[in-house]
Design a protein around this ligand. Structure first.
Ligand SMILES: C[S@@+](CC[C@H](N)C(=O)[O-])C[C@H]1O[C@@H](n2cnc3c(N)ncnc32)[C@H](O)[C@@H]1O
Length: 217
C-alpha cells in the first residue's frame, strides 16, 4: 500500500482544509509560541480538531484533562462540549494559568471549566474516592507517571468511556532498545500493557507525537 509522505506543504494543506480553529485558539497558540520556549507542549491544531470531533461523536458531557499548560487542548474541548458540559482541568502548576484563563474567558467558555492546581494523581484518587466519573479523559502530563494515570483513568471512565493518551511515540524514542531515560521506559511499558490489555479496545494513531485511544469495555 503506497503511503503519503506528509511534507510541510501537505501538513499546511491539512491545517488549511481540515481544521477550523476558533480565533481564541489561534491567539492562544500564537501567544504561547511567542511567550514560552516550550510551546511544543501544546497539542497540534489537527489533534485539537480530532479531540473536538470525538467529544461531539461521543456526546461527551464530562471531560477530565490531565496536564493543562496554557489551556489550549482544554479550550478545544470546552468549545466542543455542550453548554451543560463540564471540564475538570488538572495541572501541578499555575505558572501559565493567566494565559489559559484569558483565552477561556475570550472564548466565553470559562464557566464550563473547573481548574485544579495540584498533582494530578492526588486529584484523580480523590475523584475515585468520591465516585466521580468522566466520559473522556485526556492524559498529557508527567510522562513518568503515565502508568499510574492510565490505571486511575480506567477507574474514572464508565464502560464505553474513552482514555486518550498523548506522546505515545515520545518523538520516536519509544523505539530505543535499551532506553536510559526512565520516562521512555515507562512509555514503552504503557504501550506494551495497553496492546494486550483486555479491559480496553485500542487504536494508536500516528499523528502529532502519537496518540492512543483506549475505550473501556
Ligand atoms: C504537555 S503539557 C499539557 C499541554 C496541554 N494538554 C495542551 O495540549 O494544551 C503538560 C502539563 O502537565 C503538567 N504536569 C506535569 N506534572 C504534573 C503532575 N504531576 N500533575 C499535574 N500536572 C502535571 C505541566 O505543568 C504541564 O503544564
Amino acid at each position: 500500500m503506497p503511503k503519503t509522505i506528509i511534507t510541510d506543504e501537505l501538513y499546511q494543506y491539512c491545517l488549511d482544509k481540515g481544521v477550523r480553529e476558533h480565533p481564541a485558539l489561534v491567539s492562544l497558540r500564537q501567544q504561547t509560541k511567542v511567550q514560552l520556549e516550550n510551546s511544543q507542549m501544546l497539542i497540534s491544531p489537527e489533534q485539537g480538531a480530532f479531540l473536538a470531533m470525538l467529544i461531539r461523536l461521543m456526546n461527551v458531557n464530562s471531560y477530565l484533562e490531565v496536564g493543562v499548560f496554557t489551556g489550549y487542548s482544554a479550550l478545544w474541548a470546552a468549545l466542543a462540549l455542550p453548554e451543560t458540559g463540564k471540564i475538570v482541568a488538572l495541572d501541578i502548576s499555575d505558572e501559565h494559568s493567566a494565559l489559559a484563563e484569558s483565552a477561556w474567558h475570550a472564548a466565553k467558555v470559562r464557566h464550563k471549566i473547573e481548574y485544579i492546581v495540584a498533582p494530578a494523581k492526588e486529584s484523580m484518587q480523590s475523584f475515585i474516592a468520591k465516585g466521580e466519573s468522566f466520559d473522556l479523559i485526556f492524559i498529557d502530563a508527567n510522562k513518568s507517571q503515565y502508568l499510574e494515570y492510565y490505571e486511575l483513568a480506567l477507574q474514572l471512565v464508565p464502560s464505553g468511556g474513552l482514555i486518550m493518551i498523548d506522546n505515545v511515540f515520545m518523538y520516536g524514542q519509544v523505539l530505543e532498545d535499551n532506553a536510559k531515560k526512565a520516562y521512555i521506559k515507562t512509555l514503552q511499558k504503557l504501550n506494551d500493557l495497553i496492546k494486550d490489555d483486555p479491559r480496553v479496545d485500542i487504536s494508536m494513531l500516528p499523528f502529532g507525537d502519537g496518540i492512543t485511544l483506549a475505550r473501556k469495555k
